[in-house]
Write a protein that binds this ligand. Structure first.
Ligand code: GAP
Length: 508
């Protein structure tokens, strides 16, 4: 299972590089851990993800406005929000090989057979489930076979303990070399910089670790200028930065990433209702763009997992090949943030309800998503291998990215069957019409048409149009569906409408 998952991730990473979705940042200099660049296909895909989000939470609603705040803000923002003191990860170092880990990502896993320990391992993993899988992979083949045989017999038991929850007298060991790990210590994840010419403590500023605080800091500006009345939300898409101890799983945990965040302000008495509303609405959004329900789940946090100011929190999780992991968190943040900013700034951030004549600090429901994580989930979901006929009708293996048409980087590719007899000119005219309609289109006249189809399948283009001999007599073209492989003949003048109807709202 785990091998298959690694295999899938490897194939996906390789396709992302080969076809221009995602590259390592500054690759020609050996890269930079935790930073990624989106290539020509990736930038279109991620842009479509962000557009779909913005359309659904801002443009399609009348209770939401947008914002685009600066990345570097007055450092007091981060004192008020608690990030300067609390935005820490527990860090452990290996005393032998000097590797660094997040203590909450290192596990000790022990397998017992009939109550006796038969295999133990220290592993680095995102959660208990992945830790168990990783430890299983490290067991010798005999133990693995016995465990598989007895999986349902109940003779095997597993104990999984996180390093930062071990009793202090238990020595934690390095998952890489087996030497002892240090005790966990706090490591603040905000990137520091200096503003202005002086590099001293008075000029320290931070790259924002979340976009949310820019929204809170502008709450009064928006109220005063937009005439929004409660309940209403403010949405923002933008870069955030976290000095993650161990960036991993491709773009899943990066040091520079993009967030898509909503702060939805409401009366405290309505917070529970809005929390449930946003939790369900956000879950549905992922489904509507093609993530399968069996791979998605909504997980309510246990009370012990909640931040001290939060009244409720649920994660939308996706079954990535490397394990079930968080895509988005929806939290009831109470009036914590606005109260903190009111206290630290000395400004009144309360809201006056004209109808009830009540003055109060609104509660906030926060659906906070990652644009890169969502994009990675859509990439994982889309990847498929199957067979398609080549130009001679023989079945050939193909890789196909089955993106939801709305997310596909290219919506339609246009090919002349051959480079003569006026076919390129006709195909160019259809291509121009698609561009004019703001459809992301691609023109290709090189190599055999079967190969051209295959190249489009690999980047997930839902429709390919071919201009052939018949086009020159009756002005019809074939249009091929990426998934069903069916080809229809339609009028050349109908191509734009045909594609627009099938890719859903927005065109793009
Ligand atoms: N304002 C709340 C907040 O920032 P979070 O759970 O820390 O909450 C929200 O982050 C979302 O941002 C996550 O669900 C994830 O999608 C994305 N995210 C957080 N850290 C990330 C990282 N290091 N790399 C990529 N995406 C990340």
């Amino acid at each position: 299972m785990a091998e298959q998952a690694n295999d899938l991730m490897e194939k996906l990473v390789s396709l992302c590089k080969r076809r221009g979705f995602i590259f390592q940042s500054s690759e020609i200099y050996g890269g930079l851990n935790g930073c990624w660049d989106y290539g020509p296909m990736g930038v279109e895909l991620k842009r479509n993800v962000k557009e779909a989000w913005w359309d659904s939470v801002v443009r399609q609603r009348d209770d939401m406005v947008g914002l685009d705040c600066s990345i570097i803000m007055n450092p007091k923002v981060w004192e008020a929000s608690g990030h300067v003191v609390n935005f820490n990860d527990p860090l452990v170092d290996c005393k032998g090989c000097k590797a660094r880990f997040r203590a909450d990502k290192v596990y000790h896993v022990v397998f017992f057979e009939n109550g006796n320990p038969v295999h133990a391992a220290w592993v680095e993993a995102d959660d208990e489930q992945s830790a168990g899988r990783e430890a299983f992979n490290r067991a010798n083949s005999k133990t693995r076979r016995r465990m598989q045989l007895h999986q349902e017999g109940g003779r095997f038991e597993t104990e999984i303990r996180r390093v930062d929850r071990l009793p202090s007298d238990v020595k934690a060991l390095c998952p890489l070399c087996g030497h002892e790990l240090t005790q966990p210590r706090k490591f603040n994840m905000m990137f520091k910089t200096y503003v202005g010419a002086m590099e001293d403590s008075s000029s320290i500023a931070y790259l924002r670790p979340e976009t949310a605080q820019g929204i809170f800091a502008n709450f009064k500006n928006v109220i005063d200028t937009s005439r929004m009345k409660l309940p209403f939300g403010i949405a923002q898409i933008g870069k955030s930065f976290r000095n993650e101890i161990n960036p991993r799983n491709f773009t899943f945990r990066s040091r520079e990433f993009e967030q898509m965040e909503i702060e939805f302000f409401c009366h405290p008495s309505q917070a529970d209702q809005w929390y449930a509303y946003w939790r369900d609405a956000r879950f549905q959004w992922y489904l509507s763009l093609g993530l399968r329900s069996e791979k998605l789940r909504l997980r309510e946090h246990e009370p012990a997992e909640l931040a001290h100011y939060a009244k409720g929190c649920a994660d939308v999780e996706y079954a990535f090949p490397f394990g079930i992991s968080e895509l988005e968190g929806i939290a009831n943040r109470t009036n914590y943030d606005l109260s903190q900013h009111a206290k630290f700034s000395g400004k009144d951030l309360s809201y006056f309800d004209e109808e009830t004549k009540e003055r109060f600090i609104p509660y906030v429901i926060e659906p906070s998503a990652g644009a890169d994580r969502a994009t990675l989930a859509f990439l994982c979901e889309a990847y498929a291998e199957d067979e398609a006929p080549d130009e001679n009708g023989a079945m050939q293996k193909r890789i196909v990215m089955r993106f939801h048409p709305r997310l596909a980087p290219i919506k339609v590719a246009i090919f002349p069957l051959v480079k003569k007899d006026g076919m390129p000119e006709k195909a160019q005219a259809i291509y121009a019409a698609c561009k004019k309609a703001s459809l992301s289109a691609f023109y290709d006249e090189k190599s055999a048409v079967g190969r051209r189809y295959r190249r489009q399948d690999e980047v997930g283009t839902p429709y390919c149009v071919t201009v052939d001999g018949q086009t020159l007599t009756d002005d019809t073209v074939t249009i091929r569906d990426r998934d069903s492989l069916k080809q229809e003949r339609i009028k050349a003048s109908e191509v734009v409408r045909y594609v627009q109807e099938r890719i859903g709202a927005g065109g793009m």
